[in-house]
Design a protein around this ligand. Structure first.
Ligand code: C5P
Length: 237
């Protein structure tokens, strides 16, 4: 079974990221490259990781006019990433343009490329959401945007594990749910407020777990990775 664990490579430089990655195996985890590492180390970093055989989730949350998002998705696909994301609040037309661009025959990506949506950032409270002019509760807005993403042809979305059961019910079993805010029992929460253990998240219907600091800042990262994989395996039985 391919690993359900995506490690967030939130490092400030290529050297630090590659040093950390040198101890990992693509059989044990996938890797997420977000703003920090991409801005410091660029597409070359992504190429190096895919050449090592890792499935890479390019977490750049594209949000712009449909034509621009479609173009950047095509360029990103050429990096041979496994997953990328766009903001659902960019609208149906934008999501459809991204989806169509990735199915262009010019795009030669050897992974089975997944396009997922970001809905309401988990850092937004109901009050903050209303300040942006959205008169819905955050949890309802997440469900609304998820439905739009599915209609636009996207493969899944980023969500919190707490939202997973309702989303699974509405979107069916094939829509991917990718979840940060995962904390193995006993590890520090950091700045995440609503956290769940790997086993509880899998039981809630999550497909992929995004874990950063509990692994990247651990004394023995491999031990934590093995623990999480074992926990996931147990929860799937
Ligand atoms: O270190 P930690 O496990 O908290 O890392 C979680 C990762 O998931 C970070 O890269 C963070 O940017 C990302 N993320 C998140 N919450 C969201 C979306 C993305 O924590 N709603």
């Amino acid at each position: 079974m391919s690993s359900k664990l995506i490690i967030a490579l939130d490092f400030p430089s290529a050297d630090k990221a590659l040093d950390f990655v040198s101890q990992l195996s693509p059989a044990d985890c996938k890797l997420k490259v977000g703003f920090e590492l991409f801005v410091s180390a660029g597409p070359e970093m992504v190429r190096k990781l895919t050449e090592k055989g890792f499935d890479v989730f390019l977490d750049l949350k594209f949000h712009d006019i449909p034509n621009t998002v479609a173009s950047v998705c095509k360029v990103a696909a050429k990096l041979n990433v496994w997953m990328m994301n766009v903001h659902a609040s960019g609208g149906s037309k934008m999501m459809r343009a991204a989806h169509t661009a990735l199915h262009d025959k010019e795009v030669k990506n050897t992974r089975s490329l997944k396009l997922i949506a970001v809905s309401v950032l988990t850092s937004m409270s109901n009050e903050q959401l209303q300040q942006t002019g959205v008169n819905a509760l955050a949890k309802d807005q997440v469900i609304h945007l998820a439905g739009m993403a599915q209609q636009a042809g996207l493969d899944g979305m980023v969500c919190s594990a707490q939202e997973a059961p309702a989303l699974r019910k509405k979107l069916g079993k094939d829509f991917l749910l990718v979840t940060p805010g995962i904390r193995p029992a006993g590890s520090a929460k950091g700045d995440q407020s609503r956290v769940m253990t790997p086993a509880a998240a899998i039981r809630a219907g999550v497909d992929y777990l995004v874990v950063g600091r509990p692994i990247t800042q651990a004394k023995n990262p491999l031990e934590v990775i093995q623990q999480i994989n074992a926990e996931v395996h147990g929860a799937l039985q």
